[in-house]
Design a protein. Structure first.
Length: 433
């Protein structure tokens, strides 16, 4: 067939994108599959060969890990970014970089339709398509889940078998897994039902083969020293270590730890609620350490702003707004704060991560000031502080009602001057002109 329509497919090698490859081929597309390495433990060359076998004209492998580790992940760590407080991000970090590799390939081909395998229920469709619109607004987008007649796993398996694909796919799947260098997400099965009892230890055992190549939590060190420069981790246990190695080591060592996961009910951007188990030991350990630095180093208003930046950055990433002015603005603000966060934190991991020792040069938290022992602090100074703070923060007197409740009475006097406070000595008040 001449002049086939070109498309670039975000190909993972799983059931969905395998079925999509056949579906696209049957509709006359010239398929260019791109497998983006974001840290998933898959044999990507084997999966590339599979894409060619299914009908793709080309299948290329692109490595997005270096770019992720110099752009988004440092800010996710430095800000302790989360969505709704306990979702530490995962696929939200990776999807923009997969989409960017698709766009790069499509432009190299002289233009192509951009195809993804996300369903119409979740967030990933938004992350892909926001990125497409930002990077290649004139390129057409195709999401088969929004237009084909296949309705689920059973339909896709039958569709592949009818096309002569003999790969073994289980009709039922205990869990849906998505892995990158930041986390491992576990969804599906009983996690989909809030009324179902979830035994997290059983789920962890079922996925313990992921994040491998290191000792498990029961043999790994229970003390970890993390060195930060400008809010970003640069060393483990005193040894300078590249960020990808830091993440890999912590995720491998503590993948089975009792504290290494979050069971989260979240509000998807689409309005549908979901529940997932997110295994993210590196993220939890590093956020504990950097927060300890921030608490020692930043004053109250700055720390409050720092926490708000982490919340906004996490929400921005969750909603797929990476390629946006919002992200640029938040990172600029973050850089102004993170430059203060340098030092070393020793994290104790039993029973859960906590900052056991904090060495933060220039810290506001100083023993000489906070000690219960003798210091050069004048306790008498606190009296004036309380009086002025009360005037600005409260400024009104309250009395109890007869029934024991509280009623506001307003100002006790006609001015901010207390009645029992002496007036200035004569001669200090200017005479009326």
């Amino acid at each position: 067939m001449k002049n086939k329509k070109k498309c670039v497919l975000a190909y993972s090698g799983g059931l969905d994108t395998s079925a999509i490859t056949i579906w696209l081929a049957q509709r006359g597309y010239e398929i260019h599959a791109v497998l983006v390495d974001v840290g998933q433990q898959e044999d990507l060359p084997v999966l590339a060969e599979k894409a060619l076998r299914l009908g793709a004209k080309t299948a290329v492998i692109r490595d997005a890990k270096p770019e992720m580790c110099t752009t988004v992940i440092p800010y996710a760590i430095g800000l302790g970014a989360t969505y709704e407080g306990n979702y530490r991000l995962g696929t939200a970090l990776a999807r923009p970089f997969i989409a960017a590799e698709q766009v790069r390939l499509a432009k190299a081909l002289g233009g192509a339709t951009l195809v993804h395998g996300a369903t119409g229920k979740g967030n990933d469709q938004i992350r892909f398509e926001f990125a497409y619109r930002s990077l290649a607004p004139d390129y057409p987008v195709l999401a088969p889940w929004k237009c084909w007649e296949l309705t689920g796993r059973k339909d896709m398996i039958e569709y592949l078998h009818a096309a002569g694909v003999e790969d073994e796919y289980a009709l039922s799947k205990d869990f849906s897994l998505d892995e990158n260098l930041w986390h491992l997400s576990v969804e599906g099965s009983e996690l989909e039902d809030p009324e179902a009892f979830v035994d997290v230890s059983e789920v962890l055992r079922s996925v313990s083969g992921r994040f491998t190549a290191g000792p498990a939590a029961d043999t790994a060190p229970q003390l970890v020293r993390v060195t930060f420069e400008g809010g970003f981790p640069v060393a483990l246990d005193g040894r300078s270590t590249p960020l990808p190695e830091i993440l890999a080591r912590l995720n491998q060592y503590y993948r089975t730890a009792d504290w290494a996961w979050d069971l989260v009910i979240e509000n998807r951007f689409t309005g549908i609620k979901s529940r997932g188990l997110y295994i993210n030991p590196a993220a939890k350990l590093l956020s504990t350490a950097v927060d300890a630095l921030a608490r020692c180093r930043l004053n109250k208003p700055t720390y409050d702003g720092y926490c708000e930046l982490g919340r906004q950055y996490g929400t921005m990433l969750y909603r797929g707004e990476y390629f946006s002015d919002q992200r640029v603005m938040l990172e600029a603000a973050a850089s102004a704060v993170l430059r203060h966060l340098s030092g070393e934190v020793t994290v104790h991991l039993s029973p859960r991560p906590y900052a056991a020792r904090i060495d933060a040069p220039g810290a506001i938290f100083r023993k000489a000031l906070s000690t219960f022992e003798k210091s050069d602090f004048s306790h008498q100074d606190a009296g004036g502080f309380i009086q002025l703070a009360w005037l600005s923060q409260v400024g009104q007197q309250f009395v109890e009602k007869p029934d024991g409740g509280i009623v506001e009475t307003g100002w006790k006097t006609g001015s901010d001057l207390r009645v029992d406070q002496p007036l200035p000595a004569g001669g200090l008040v200017p005479a009326a002109v």
